[in-house]
Design a protein around this ligand. Sequence first.
Ligand SMILES: [Zn+2]
Length: 363
Amino acid sequence: MKNSLGTRDIHLSKRNQNQLCIRQWQLLILIALLSGPVSLWSQEEAKGAFIMTVTGKIGLENLGSILPHEHVTTDFLGAEIAPQPRYSKDNAITTILPHLKNLKEKGYGLFFECTPNYIGRDVELLKALSELSGLKIVTNTGYYAAVNKKFLPKHAYTESSKTLAERWEKEWQEGIGNTRIRPGFIKLGVGKGPLDAIEEKLLNAALILHKKSGLQMTMHTGDGEAALSEYQIITKAGVDGKNMIWVHAQNGKDKERIALAKRGVWISLDGVSSEKMDSYINMIRILKENQLLPRLLISHDYGWGVEDEKGTINLVPFDKGKNVPYQTIHEVLLPRLQKLGFTKAEINLITIENPIKAYSLKP
Ligand SMILES: [Zn+2]
């Protein structure tokens, strides 16, 4: 993408003004002009770059295929209700390890685990799974405000964005709790529509840490309107759109994905499954037609929920076992894209180069 904010794109956006309300478009373009061009990523820029995994920093060479948005265990109980984790570590390893080993055998080398703190983030489990499987895993810092703030700790309401950013920076600098395991990105969650005051405060905390660390801002986002709101807040803070991953962009519209991708935002089509395959292929095809494959990330958003079933804590797959965990992209989606004429270079772009560009950090 040579100049996503150049004359050509603005001309295109004028042609498509009906795709967003005119006022939002005018604001979007104004902010885009003020925020400067999306910079190119080159070998030169990548020098010394790294990804922070639960087992330490790794370089960008020979990583294999990458899954940029997955989970292992997620506990939907709510923040600060019960001590975490509620399951036995051995049980979790027995359930999940074979699937990570399977990924490694299929040529995957790196996996971004997107479960935030207070919704089941378990970094010691991630470290054990990484060491046992050989798959590199990245964890996150940040809070998840979607689903009626159910997963926010009490201090998220009372503390300022600066204080919250200090908490997250401590995790980045010193490690999570007393584990010395460091996060490799910031994960937030927001609901639908323009961000409310708490969501905006959390995004401002993320921006403070992002400016100090370069950590990518990965945001579970309820709809396209919320994504536009996030983009407007970050660009107003002087941060480029490429530092934001619109998680669950499949919940938006094509015109919304195209508008933000043209401004550098990463479009994360996670939740790939056999049942919804045609819809994912269509969304990817439309991004390709608009020369936007360089902004695309794909994942399954797979994982296991922690469920109390009559007093027994069980790990239940998100899709109740309809898909083989983490396999649908490799087994179904990529072969179908190849049949549609996607080249090996395009597949490598989507499954290797894009996630590296999205998540790599500068020394
Ligand atoms: Zn997710």
